[in-house]
Design a protein around this ligand. Structure first.
Ligand code: LCV
Length: 259
């Protein structure tokens, strides 16, 4: 059974996450289906992609499928991590991807939404970045996604508190493009997509890639990179990381000791 639904209409590709039983948790299976859909859309020269959950979803996505995170000793968010891979695919796709958000967005799903080119959300939508709640050392490119979408202070509030932030606040902060009532959001996104479809796909694809390169242009010396990797290794090899994952699976509050 597929965990997503796809459709193409008037040069617009639509991917609907529909694994509500697991609250659209970003399992390797679900992500590979999204990646296959993106590849098919590219092959069929769609001009815009809309990434959404089912209408009326209370949870857009619950983030990483925690069951698939390593218990300890290995980088949970390394280069091969499926979420890292699909975010690279979205950034490299030569057409705009609009995140249409209804419901709660959790953990790595926040980064997935922030990596999209535009975000349209309902007033009830919320965004909760949860690495600190799980004891997970978020990775460099992932943090850059947050820093590209938000100011450092807002990125830190999201990441350090792990508390849900409402779409209306993120709209004021310029992170969410538009907040639109649930009964109007589908038509709104389709209208925005049509506005893009009518423009030059070549100009748009080249500007999207230029903006990606400019946004990622961060000077990082090899020494700084190695220091970052060492710092992250301390975290994902810590007792706190094991406690975070275990507490989630045992559905209890974690007790962190800073070791
Ligand atoms: C596995 C799940 C999940 C899930 N994994 O429904 O960004 S990082 O670094 O933190 C990164 C590591 C990351 O993304 O970590 C995941 C962060 N996500 C979260 O902390 C959200 C965890 N989920 C929830 O808090 C609740 O599920 C929400 C509030 C999303 C929905 O609550 P609701 O009461 O509607 P349930 O909790 O009953 O979940 C329904 C089923 O989905 C599973 C959950 O275990 C349950 O499975 P069973 O029916 O088999 O018990 N599920 C939900 N989220 N991230 N499994």
């Amino acid at each position: 059974m597929s965990l997503i639904h796809t459709d193409i209409a008037d040069d617009v590709g639509i991917i609907t996450l529909c694994h509500q039983a697991k609250r659209n948790a970003l399992s390797e299976t679900l992500i590979k289906e999204v990646q296959a859909a993106l590849g098919a859309f590219k092959a069929q020269s769609v001009r815009v992609v809309i990434l959404r959950a089912e209408p009326g979803a209370k949870v857009w996505s619950a983030g990483h499928l925690v069951d698939e995170l390593p218990e300890s000793g290995y980088d949970p968010l390394g280069w091969q991590d499926p979420l890292r891979s699909v975010i690279r695919d979205i950034e490299a796709l030569p057409v705009p991807v609009i995140a249409m958000v209804e419901g709660g967005v959790w953990g790595g799903a926040c980064e997935l939404v922030f990596a999209c080119d535009m975000i349209i959300a309902t007033p009830e939508a919320t965004f909760a970045a949860t690495p600190a709640k799980l004891g997970v050392p978020y990775n460099v490119s992932g943090l850059l996604t947050f820093l590209t979408a938000a100011t450092p202070h807002i990125a830190k509030e999201l990441l350090f508190t792990g508390r849900p932030m409402r779409a209306s606040r993120l709209e004021i902060l310029g992170i969410v493009n538009h907040v639109v009532p649930a009964d109007k959001i589908e038509a709104f996104c389709q209208d925005m997509a049509r506005g893009i479809v009518d423009n030059s796909p070549l100009a748009i694809s080249v500007m999207k890639e230029q903006l990606r390169i400019l946004g990622a242009a961060q000077p990082l010396s090899p020494q700084d990179f190695e220091r970052i990797q060492g710092l992250r290794r301390v975290v994902y090899r810590s007792a706190d990381y094991r406690e975070g994952i275990r507490a989630f699976k045992e559905k209890r509050k974690p007790v962190y000791r800073g070791e």
